[in-house]
Design a protein around this ligand. Structure first.
Ligand code: AMP
Ligand code: MG
Length: 514
């Protein structure tokens, strides 16, 4: 399989940089946890690594030298062919409920944590290779990833970051020069993923299912130190940990809902303890607003449908709470008080989620204060959008123009099968806006920061992936990334990226692609 020609703009000039050593100042804490937390395993070298994308901005923000990363030595590291100094590659152990069924051992079947770096922001980051070869957790998998899904995760995770949603990031993508065998033969690739950690609800389940309370406690202490340090000083640190994860997940899923994002595989092994979006498989942003929308080809029952996401998150958090019961008991005094405490923590989810969603929706509609009737106004709009097939993202974006006055109405109206459904709602909206002494301009500016013009629309993503996979043309991928890096700034000439898919372009299903 030949390697692609590189687009000149994608990478820094490395003509003089081969002697530049890659310096990754790894400071590994997970590798110091007991041996049963992971398997020590190196990535499996690949035939002909080639860098197709390096995230210059992210590299710099981690104080990594992009030139060194793009050098021959750097690419060898990003492909797993060379182990950087200080790296202690690990495949992490975890379990998980997949579509409701418990699997006691999943683990990193095709990923290696290379090590941890302290960012200049004082945050510790995992640097992980995904698609880097088999591990003791691979089960029947080949340990590899195909180029399409790697670029898809690259695009969507970077788009989420630019939107301001907590997420893992993409540092680099390399092609391997090897083929992977799925339904068809595909080019292989490795993604370098950056996360504030790879702790999952499934990591806790792995130990809890074995009755290993000592490991559960060590893991909880580790999670507190890394993600919820303020919990350590509390009277009940493990309860504070549970509260912290619940709070972050409630806010995370609220943000997904506000952008029309559907994760697609909200299994407990894909639910991060840090509250970041993780594992971009068959995820998608919906176009026409449909509350029960499902894209994933494997989600037959609609378990992870758009509107089910808060419920799925709470279900996953309930599984987390169960794993913590033995250590909650140690701080609560008895099993029954531990259960009461866990239930109390879980009961806060719905309220936090609803408050975060409502506040976000008020921002989307340009409301600066909270008045009685706001919730009804919002739900009324959503209802009308659903009945009229209005595009989720574009409707809200065009409302930013309509806020100045009825001259902006036509563009919103055209999203509704029956324009009158918008008109009668808009009249109520304007009456509500009139209750706040805010200029139309200030309102429009605020709204444009809550309502993106650009999201990774499925047909545009597919187009970019097809060009890369079928023709080794990475230009559409580059163009799309650039546009998505400034999602709130609408620019002339990019109308194609704002507009929903035509019926022929429309993507109806997404695939895991693992
Ligand atoms: P995911 O659906 O990506 O969240 O993965 C679920 C589990 O399957 C994890 O344990 C992965 O490591 C494992 N897995 C997915 N794809 C592969 C593969 N190609 N080879 C080995 N393990 C895999
Ligand atoms: Mg996963």
């Amino acid at each position: 399989m030949s390697s692609p020609d590189l687009p000149a703009m994608a990478l820094p000039d490395t003509s003089n940089s081969d002697r530049q050593a890659v310096r990754l100042s790894f400071d590994n804490t997970y590798a110091k946890l007991p041996e049963r937390f992971y398997a020590r395993v190196n990535p499996t070298p690949v035939a002909a690594p080639r860098l197709v994308k390096l995230n210059l901005e992210l590299a710099r923000s981690l104080k990594l030298d992009p030139h060194a990363l793009a050098s021959e030595q750097g690419v060898q590291i990003l492909a797993g062919n060379r182990i950087a100094e200080g790296s202690e590659p690990l495949a992490l152990a975890y379990a998980g409920h997949q579509f409701g069924y418990f699997v006691p051992q999943l683990g990193d079947g095709r990923a290696n944590l290379l090590g941890e770096l302290m960012g200049p922001d004082g945050v510790r980051y995992d640097i992980q290779l995904k698609g880097s070869g088999p591990t003791p957790f691979s089960r029947r998998g080949d340990g590899r990833a195909a180029l399409g899904p790697v670029l898809r995760e690259y695009i969507v995770s970077e788009a989420m970051a630019a939107l301001g949603v907590p997420t893992t990031r993409a540092l680099a993508a390399v092609t391997t020069g090897e083929r992977v065998f799925r339904e068809t033969v595909l080019p292989g690739a490795v993604l370098t993923r950056v996360a504030t950690s790879h702790l999952r609800v499934g990591t806790f389940q792995y130990f809890a299912a074995q009755g290993d309370t000592e490991a559960t406690r060590s893991l909880a202490d580790y999670a507190i130190a890394r993600h919820y340090p303020q919990a350590a000083a509390r009277k009940r640190p493990y309860r504070a940990l549970l509260d912290g994860v619940i709070t972050r997940q409630a806010h995370l899923v609220a943000q997904w809902m506000l952008f029309g994002f559907i994760h697609g595989v909200m299994n407990t092994d894909n639910t991060s303890i840090s509250g970041e979006t993780i594992d971009y498989g068959p995820c998608a942003f919906m176009e026409a607003y449909e509350p029960d929308k499902v894209f994933s080809s494997i989600d037959h029952q609609g378990r992870y449908a758009y509107s089910n996401q808060p419920r799925a998150a709470l279900w996953n958090l309930t599984r987390l709470a169960e794993t913590l019961l033995p250590i909650l008991e140690s701080e609560e005094g008895s099993e029954s008080t531990a259960i009461t405490s866990a239930n109390e923590a879980l009961a806060a989810f719905d309220l936090m989620f609803a408050a975060a969603r409502a506040a976000g929706l008020r921002r989307k509609l340009g409301l600066f204060t909270e008045l009685e009737g706001d919730a009804a106004l919002v739900e009324d709009l959503m209802q009308r959008m659903a009945t009229n097939g209005a595009d989720f993202t574009l409707t809200f974006r065009r409302l930013c123009d309509a806020v100045a006055g009825p001259q902006g109405d036509e563009e919103v109206r055209s999203q509704f099968a029956d324009g009158g459904a918008y008109d009668s709602w808009a009249a109520q909206w304007r009456r509500r806006l009139g209750k706040e002494p805010v200029s139309a301009e200030a309102r429009a500016t605020a709204m444009r920061l809550a309502n993106p013009a650009y999201i990774p629309r499925n047909h545009v993503v597919e187009e970019a992936l097809d060009a890369a996979v079928e023709r080794r043309d990475f230009q559409p991928f580059e163009d799309l990334l650039k546009i998505l890096s400034h999602p709130y700034e609408e620019r002339p000439g990019l109308e194609r990226y704002v507009t929903p898919a035509s019926p022929e372009e429309c993507v109806r299903q997404t695939f895991c692609g693992t």
